[in-house]
Write a protein that binds this ligand. Sequence first.
Ligand code: ZN
Length: 69
Amino acid sequence: MNEIARQTKAASCPICGKATDVAFKPFCAKRCSDIDLNRWLTGVYAVPVKDDEDEDGTRPADGDEGDRS
Ligand SMILES: [Zn+2]
């Protein structure tokens, strides 16, 4: 019956577990929002790019397919 109770029960920050702030949904503060953004940025983009590009431009996938068991 209380609207405030309804909102506080809605969600909690996925980073630190505090109550979500409407301004930074679904996080409690900009700091936690940044932390989450940084997590998937470094996890998805920064890591694979280094290993994926060869300096010589050679592709290991070429002619390597017949070696699979
Ligand atoms: Zn938080």
